[in-house]
Design a protein. Structure first.
Length: 73
């Protein structure tokens, strides 16, 4: 997993080296829930992609608006 900031956005990436997505891969309940929650929370301000990973496996990428939070410590 990797997280970084880019152009005012928070980017999250998860890459695995498993069997990959396969032909005709369909969103299951988990991915449908992720997509619905992102849509509900961020409307058009988010990006989500799921694609074959480099060299096999899969890569999930999420971009959200970056919101800085003041540290009250």
């Amino acid at each position: 997993m990797r997280a970084f900031r880019l152009d005012g956005r928070l980017c999250l990436e998860v890459v695995d080296d498993g069997v990959g997505l396969g032909e005709g891969a369909v969103d299951g309940v988990g991915l449908a829930n992720v997509r619905a929650r992102l849509e509900q929370s961020y409307a058009d301000a988010h990006r989500f992609s799921l694609e074959p990973g480099p060299g096999g496996g899969a890569r999930a990428h999420i971009e959200l608006p970056f919101l800085a939070v003041a540290d009250d410590a």
